[in-house]
Design a protein around this ligand. Structure first.
Ligand SMILES: Cc1cc2nc3c(=O)[nH]c(=O)nc-3n(C[C@H](O)[C@H](O)[C@H](O)COP(=O)(O)OP(=O)(O)OC[C@H]3O[C@@H](n4cnc5c(N)ncnc54)[C@H](O)[C@@H]3O)c2cc1C
Length: 283
């Protein structure tokens, strides 16, 4: 089963080493597309693992600089020790963001499951006071996200808007996909008007087209926001948007802890689940 999942994962992950991700970023750059590199890992349970993650991010930031790649980085606070303590995760995130500032780079905090939402927002708002080169992700699947996005934008923070990859209870999240999508559209429009350079992170072509239409109607510059997509999904759309003059970045994960990320990619599309099931039964 793990071998089959690994085969599936290869579509979405650059490889196990940082150099794999940097090479993938340079390839995208040649097509006029920027990158966001993520070192895979989450929910570490020891201070040592969190420290190793920090070391990897520092080396990644230097690797990006040395290669000349146009790539920002993304990280998860539970990869930096949030399950151990908020202080530890904050301290580690600060080390990475400070280094990124020195290198002229940008770091975005990914958003994890709802147990971490408020902690991630609190850490971000504190970091953002000192480091303008930090951003955060917000999920339209959560009922409170419109308020969260408004608060962050009012402080000048850049939001990456996503639908949300985690299964959440109905008490705090929209149950129907259509409601997640319409909340996405509403938050997207507010963010586009906020002047905080949001990232519209979706492969949903209706929403991508609506972002383009809305931005043109409001006279917003193409440089005032980014489109972001994941490695391995909608490659033609990525290239088309870049050729139309939009700012496009592709999220490139790498590393040895590929399983949780792969399962999230599997779950969000029923064709992917069928692909794995079909291969299990054909064996
Ligand atoms: C740059 C980026 C960063 C992200 N960061 C986070 C984060 O920090 N926290 C978080 O919770 N989520 C994050 N996500 C994931 C996000 O929440 C969604 O789970 C994911 O993007 C799928 O939703 P969608 O917006 O593409 O819309 P959907 O309506 O789910 O999909 C639209 C179309 O995209 C294609 N598609 C979608 N998913 C797949 C797939 N796995 N394989 C193949 N095709 C697919 C299909 O054609 C589908 O019809 C991120 C997504 C992106 C693009």
């Amino acid at each position: 089963m793990k071998r089959l999942l690994f085969f599936f994962a290869k579509r979405y992950i650059a490889g196990s080493e940082r150099q794999n991700a940097i090479r993938a970023a340079l390839d995208l750059n040649r097509a006029g597309i920027g990158a966001i590199i993520d070192n895979l890992g989450e929910n570490v349970k020891s201070g040592q693992e969190a420290e190793e993650s920090v070391e990897e991010y520092l080396a990644l930031l230097d690797g990006i600089k040395l290669s000349g790649a146009d790539s920002t980085v993304a990280l998860k606070l539970t990869h930096l020790g949030l399950d151990i303590s908020e202080e530890l995760a904050f301290k580690n995130a600060e080390i990475i963001i400070k280094k990124a500032a020195t290198n002229g780079n940008f770091v975005r905090l990914d958003m994890e499951g709802s147990a971490y939402t408020q902690k991630t927002i609190d850490a971000f708002l504190k970091l953002r006071r000192k480091y303008p080169n930090a951003g955060i992700a917000i999920q339209s699947s959560l009922l409170k996200s419109k308020e969260d996005a408004r608060l962050i934008a009012s402080k000048g923070g850049s939001v990456r808007l996503v639908k949300g990859a985690y299964k959440e209870p109905p008490s705090i999240a929209f149950k129907e996909k259509k409601d997640v999508d319409s909340n996405y559209e509403a938050i997207m429009k507010e963010l586009l008007l906020s002047g905080t350079r949001p990232a519209i992170a979706t492969h949903d072509e209706r929403l991508v087209n609506e972002a383009k239409r809305f931005a043109a109607e409001k006279g917003l510059a193409k440089e005032s926001f980014d489109f972001e997509m994941l490695l391995g999904i909608k490659r033609e759309l990525q290239k088309k948007l870049a050729s139309e003059g939009y700012q496009v970045r592709v999220y490139i994960p790498y590393g040895k802890n590929w399983l949780p990320y792969t399962i999230r990619r599997l779950r969000e599309r029923k064709e992917n689940v069928w692909f794995v099931l079909k291969n299990i039964f054909e064996r």
